[in-house]
Ligand binder design. Structure first.
Ligand code: SF4
Length: 701
């Protein structure tokens, strides 16, 4: 037996270190030879501290699942029929090369669309070689992101960049506000740091429209209506100013636009906000006073708040709060969202864009959240070749019925690299088998802590599967490309990003030996103790001229989303076609996004998809626990069992996302995201899943 250090690759802020135990000469499995027999958390890892999670504790089942795709497949039946035959790598690559070349000859390079997400989140397996490959093709460019970009863009509007506090500094705080984040489920390794603060007497408040597991474990819960957080924040500013809780010295020294902001929030009384966000004015007042009276108040947030039409404005406004109270001066004070910006300062992510193998005119950018629109609406040129890897867009991207409609086009040639027959893979023409994190080399920069992880492959790729980087090397060869950069080895790719052009350089030897290294940032570092904001003014911009130039409000501003009842007469809900707001939260302890739901030890124990309603809304529709209900809007319709709970407020319903179509009892391929809005966010390039209206009706069997 040997042990191999690695790092979890999932799109999760915790980036846990792990230890794989390998039986080097196993004959006790379909895979003879080296077999992983145990996977546990690395006890030495400072953030994850030896614990994985219920999803990844059973990761070996995933690696050796009988359902894994182990050979290339070529479609034989009609599109979407799921009928494929095995092919050799050579045959599949030759077919792809011919179809891609033909499509480019007919329509030009931009007829090719690459789509990838963060299914494997890692330095090279997520980011390397494909930029060069698609530049060489002259393809359309994928822009935007499902998560992260809107929040970062919002914070950067106030601070100049999205730099924020180290999350584990929450342990030094006296007031912790968990704003739109279900920490215990989606950031579970942060919770022990919160408990450390609590042991010293810290007060924990969760602000979330839904009474989540995190809310239940908090000292106080505030449940604003979805998409109304900016109104709460403006009223908090009003109270902070009215009650003299501004750190005037900090504001005068390090911020710009305070006087204009004071004027701007004069009318934002807690009563006015209350009418919008549906919580008591007194609760807002108390929140603001407690926040302003605590020096080291700490706001922790992740991505939930950004999935709204005005998600960037939410984060831009949130970022103003610790400036006004001077919380940034104090250890355990400030705002934490993503630590990714710290990695970006010390790892040369741009290395993977060099050299630019495209020497033509600008390539068009297509937002990844608009995949359905790109596949169904474009003609100049149309998208006739889709490459999809590192994600399952037919399940995870909003307005997903439109994606399915596009992928069913006979004139679209779709190439997928996957571990399983996902809903997206089932719509492909050619599927190549992808390996898992236990079978590939990578470095994992975290966005939830300050440690960079190393991932040594524990075993060779199972079957004929390959890593993303190897896939692109093979595709490049099949296309007849000869530029040496397209064939760089994984190890050399890592060296390039860690050392060449990097500001600090990360010690690769230590990284490989220990499985992680800390970024060059001290543990007590607080980025804005003495200002140092990266804005043009060098100050925190309470008023932002740059936003004005972008056509956005210069000041923090509440704007109701198009698809909502916010700001409308709420009685109009009753008369509306779609009177309920839908949220599609992460709900399952054994799932992560669309990964795992089809695995027997993950999906079935979670009990299948459902709709959760407040008793008031259920009663109005004559729905009882366990009834089947139809959830619908003008985008799609789903039939799911009813769960009645008081975790939601009236007007808000929840259908957790992550289930593939096969998880629904009756589905024509639709999943939760068939209902969600694909309206892009105000800036940043994200999308507004959370601004979705639906109606729910009983199904009469
Ligand atoms: S999914 Fe998140 S919590 Fe689970 S092992 Fe991976 S990084 Fe850790």
């Amino acid at each position: 037996m040997t042990t191999v250090l690695g790092t979890c690759h999932h799109d999760c802020p915790d980036s846990c270190g792990w230890v794989a135990t390998v039986d080097e000469a196993s004959t006790d499995n379909a895979a003879t030879g080296p077999v992983v027999v145990k996977l546990r958390g690395n006890k030495e890892h400072p953030f994850s501290q030896g614990e994985l999670c219920p999803k990844v504790n059973r990761f070996i089942d995933r690696v050796y699942s009988p359902d894994r795709l182990l050979h290339p497949l070529v479609r034989t039946g009609p599109k979407g029929s799921g009928e494929f035959r095995e092919a050799t790598w050579d045959e599949a690559l030759e077919l792809v090369a011919k179809r891609v070349s033909d499509a480019i000859e007919t329509h030009g390079g931009q007829t090719v669309l690459p789509w990838w997400s963060a299914g494997t989140q890692g330095l090279i397996q997520e980011g390397a070689l494909h930029p060069l490959f698609f530049a060489k093709l002259g393809s359309s460019r994928r822009t935007g992101s499902l998560c992260g970009v809107t929040a970062s863009g919002g914070i950067a509007a106030t601070y100049g960049d999205p730099k924020a506090a180290e999350p584990s500094n929450v342990q030094h705080s006296d007031l912790i506000i968990l704003w739109a984040t279900n920490t215990k489920l989606t950031n579970r390794h942060l919770w022990p740091f919160i408990e450390k603060a609590r042991a010293r007497g810290a007060h924990v408040i969760t602000i979330d429209p839904m009474r989540t597991a995190t809310a239940e474990a908090s000292d106080e819960v505030i449940q604003p209506l979805p998409g109304t957080d900016v109104a709460v924040m403006l009223a908090m500013m009003h109270v902070l100013i009215r009650e003299g809780l501004i750190d005037q010295d900090y504001v005068d020294s390090y911020a710009v636009g305070f006087e204009e902001l004071v004027e701007h929030v004069t009318d934002w009384t807690p009563e006015r906000a209350s009418a919008i966000c549906g919580i008591d004015a007194q609760q807002i007042t108390d929140l603001a006073i407690r926040y302003g009276q605590t020096n080291n108040s700490f706001i922790t947030t992740l991505i939930g708040g950004e999935h709204h039409e005005h998600g960037a404005m939410l984060f831009r406004t949130m970022a103003c709060l610790p400036v006004l109270t001077g919380a940034w001066r104090h250890r355990g004070g400030g705002l934490s969202k993503s630590t990714g910006v710290w990695s970006e300062a010390q790892i040369d992510f741009g290395a993977f864009q060099r050299p630019n193998l495209w020497d033509g005119a600008d390539r068009r950018g297509l937002n990844m959240n608009h995949l359905g629109r790109s596949l169904t609406e474009l003609s100049d040129p149309p998208v006739t070749v889709l490459f999809a890897w590192n994600g399952n867009p037919a399940v995870t991207v909003p307005n997903s019925d439109l994606i399915r409609e596009g992928m069913l086009r006979d004139d679209l040639f779709t190439v997928v690299h996957e571990q399983f027959m996902t809903d997206t893979a089932a719509l492909a023409d050619v599927i190549f088998p992808a390996c898992t994190q236990l079978e590939q080399l990578d470095v994992v920069p975290s966005w939830g802590h300050m440690y960079v992880g190393f991932n040594n492959p524990a075993i060779p790729p199972v079957g004929e599967s390959v890593s993303n980087t190897e896939w692109f090397r093979r595709l490049s060869k099949a296309m007849g490309f000869t530029e040496p950069e397209l064939f760089t080895s994984d190890s050399d790719l890592i060296d390039t990003a860690l050392t060449e052009g990097s500001l600090h350089g990360i010690d690769r030897q230590a990284l490989e030996r220990d499985g992680f290294v800390r970024l060059d940032v001290s543990e007590d570092h607080n980025p804005y103790v003495e200002g140092g904001f990266a804005t043009p003014s060098g100050r925190a911009e309470l008023v932002s001229e740059r936003l004005g130039e972008m056509g956005q409000p210069r000041l923090p501003t509440f704007i109701a989303p198009e698809e909502s009842f916010i700001g409308a007469d709420l009685s109009s809900r009753d008369a509306a076609d779609y009177p309920l707001t839908l949220t599609t939260p992460k709900h399952h302890v054994r799932f992560l996004n669309s990964s795992y739901s089809a695995l027997p030890k993950h999906g079935p124990p979670e009990g299948g998809p459902f709709i959760e309603l407040d008793p008031v809304d259920a009663h109005k529709r004559g729905l009882n626990e366990g009834d089947n209900a139809r959830v619908f809007n003008d985008r799609s319709s789903l039939t799911v069992p009813v769960r009645i709970s008081e975790r939601l407020r009236p007007g808000l319903v929840a259908v957790p996302f992550g289930w593939w179509a096969e998880g629904y009892e009756a589905s024509n391929g639709s999943t939760a995201n068939a209902l969600t809005s694909d309206t892009l966010t105000d800036w940043g390039g994200g999308v507004s899943y959370g601004d979705t209206l639906v109606e729910v009706a009983a199904v009469n069997d």
